[in-house]
Design a protein around this ligand. Structure first.
Ligand code: F6P
Length: 359
């Protein structure tokens, strides 16, 4: 067998561990493995496909990022092709992918990605390309798998940051607002907010009211705590409002959330008169070494993906269904995203502890 592997979409801690598991599991059964550079770009340019050896994947389990490179722009189904007059034509280049695949005499592709990349993988599988998907995203918003690798690392980083913010909040009797990632789902904000003992957690699943947020902040001062920590998921929005974008996207650009933390901080300061500061943790949540849980999950996903190729179970994705890793159809896996259940146990735990969701 000659198999290829790529990483698409935003990076997540654990990508290199998947690559290592795929390469070693495949080489150990006498297969050849090729890495495609930068999502699908390597296949389309013809220059970005290289054999992967044991030496290439030595010592990478603990490394963040991806040795293959990634992009969240290169969708081969909607590829921007500049015309001579300066305008851009959007083309479906899946045929070119299929041709490159044949020319390289490849038998299967293992595509590691989040919802966008897995949607592409699903469409390529529909067009006859033998694909196996591996789910990744720090957002943990893929419905078909109990958890994605990268999520626990992001929660760890965010929890640590919330802990550090407590020092300054307490020392200065301030309100500290921290904006965390999570495009459509508030998993990181919820988990890190509860673990880090925030006072207010705002997530996209529960639209907030500033009256309620400020009431909680004031209660913290009234009960003698003298400071407050507010965690805001980047996709959170007020009742009757909309998420806050840095860039609404369009013309080939992805929409980019961000800035809601500063908006919330400004309103808290205005309404309560309390000294308030905000920061967005941003890509710090995606970088660095994966925690042990994410390394292990990533290694399991990589080995399981090779098993699926061996069984010729194409058009499928590996998914964690404790205690095992199973195959789920890609089409089903990308059908819907997984949001935080608002009546779920973690939200209930938070409420029991007196944490406000601003509702
Ligand atoms: O989906 C992962 C994620 O980190 C989101 O939480 C965030 O909104 C987005 O990617 C940021 O993407 P970029 O790195 O392109 O700004």
């Amino acid at each position: 067998m000659r198999i290829a592997i790529n990483t698409g979409g935003g990076d997540a801690p654990g990508l290199n561990a998947v690559i290592r598991a795929v390469v070693l599991s495949a080489l150990n059964q006498g297969w050849e493995v090729f890495g495609i550079r930068n999502g699908y770009e390597g296949l389309l340019s013809g220059e970005g496909v290289t054999p992967l050896t044991r030496a290439d994947v030595r010592g990478i389990t603990h490394l963040g990022g991806t040795i293959l490179g990634t992009t969240n722009r290169g969708n081969p189904l909607e590829w921007p092709c500049p015309r001579p007059d300066g305008t851009v034509e959007i083309r479906d280049r899946s045929g070119d992918i299929a041709r490159a695949f044949e020319e390289l005499d490849l038998d299967a592709l293992i595509a590691i990605g989040g919802d966008g990349s897995l949607r592409i993988a699903s469409a390529l599988a529909d067009k006859g390309i033998p694909v196996v998907g591996v789910p990744k995203t720090i957002d943990n918003d893929l419905a078909a798998t109990q958890v994605t690798f990268g999520f626990h690392t992001a929660v760890e980083v965010a929890t640590d940051a919330i802990g550090r913010l407590h020092s300054t909040a307490e020392a200065h009797q301030r309100v500290m607002v921290v904006e965390l990632m999570g495009r459509h789902a508030g998993w990181i904000a919820l988990f890190a907010g509860v673990a880090g003992t925030a006072d207010v957690i705002l997530i996209p699943e529960i639209p907030y009211s500033m009256d309620s947020v400020c009431q909680k902040v004031e209660a913290r001062y009234a009960n003698g705590a003298g400071f407050a920590i507010v965690v805001v998921a980047e996709g959170a929005y007020p009742v009757g409002g909309k998420p806050f974008f840095q860039d609404p996207g369009g013309a080939g650009r992805n929409a980019r959330l961000g800035g809601i933390g500063e908006v919330v901080a400004h309103e808290i300061a205005e309404r309560t008169g309390r000294e308030t500061r905000s920061l967005a943790l941003g890509h710090l949540q995606r970088g660095g070494s994966p925690v042990a849980y994410d390394r292990l999950l990533a290694l399991r996903f990589g080995a399981a993906a090779v098993d699926l190729v061996k069984e010729r179970c194409f058009g499928c994705m590996v998914a964690l269904d404790p205690p095992d890793v199973h195959a789920v159809p890609l089409a089903e896996a990308v059908e819907r995203i997984k949001t935080v259940p608002v009546e779920g146990d973690v939200v209930r735990t938070a409420r029991a502890l007196g944490i406000s969701f601003g509702d």
